[in-house]
Design a protein around this ligand. Structure first.
Ligand code: COA
Length: 126
């Protein structure tokens, strides 16, 4: 909420959705303060979608986002997922590329912010 709704101006009704209750949520804490979060949605087609990746502004560029993303990829792989998808904000594409995600398709608008789809194909033993 603090990052997407307050910082980026995403409408609150778009931020909360029907997947929140069934998704796995990764939370990052520093000294009892939650500083970052991301979620993993397992889909019926055997793929998984990562989303709501957010780190509080003052805690960015310290490796928190990378740890959250890695944790969700490991969790998904432990459940047999080999293909992860996400809708990346264009400004975050380089962040995801560092963890192996590859952009594909056109840039499109989502919640008023330019996005591009990205995919990570991962072997179970990677
Ligand atoms: C994108 C975001 C989650 C990254 O989290 P973070 O904790 O700052 O990322 P990390 O510190 O783990 O960065 C890992 C690497 O990616 C790089 N990186 C981080 N954000 C980046 C960005 N926006 N563009 C390019 N590179 C980025 C870091 O420099 C670091 O590189 P290194 O391994 O060479 O040192 C965070 O900036 C954020 O919450 N942004 C606002 C919300 C948002 O845009 N979320 C993404 C929605 S798709």
């Amino acid at each position: 909420m603090q990052v997407f709704v307050q910082e980026q101006g995403v409408p609150e009704e778009l931020e909360l959705d029907e997947f929140d209750s069934s998704a796995d949520h990764a939370l990052a804490y520093i000294q009892n303060q939650c500083v970052g979060t991301a979620r993993l949605i397992l889909r019926s087609d055997g793929r998984a979608q990562i989303g709501r990746m957010a780190v509080l502004r003052e805690f960015r560029q310290k490796g928190v986002g990378r740890q959250l993303l890695r944790a969700l990829i490991l969790l998904g792989k432990s459940r047999g997922i080999v293909e992860f998808e996400l809708h990346a904000q264009v400004s975050a594409i380089s962040f995801y590329e560092k963890l192996g995600f590859i952009p594909h398709g056109e840039v499109y608008d989502e919640a008023g912010i330019p996005h591009r789809n990205m995919i990570l194909l991962s072997k179970i033993n990677d």
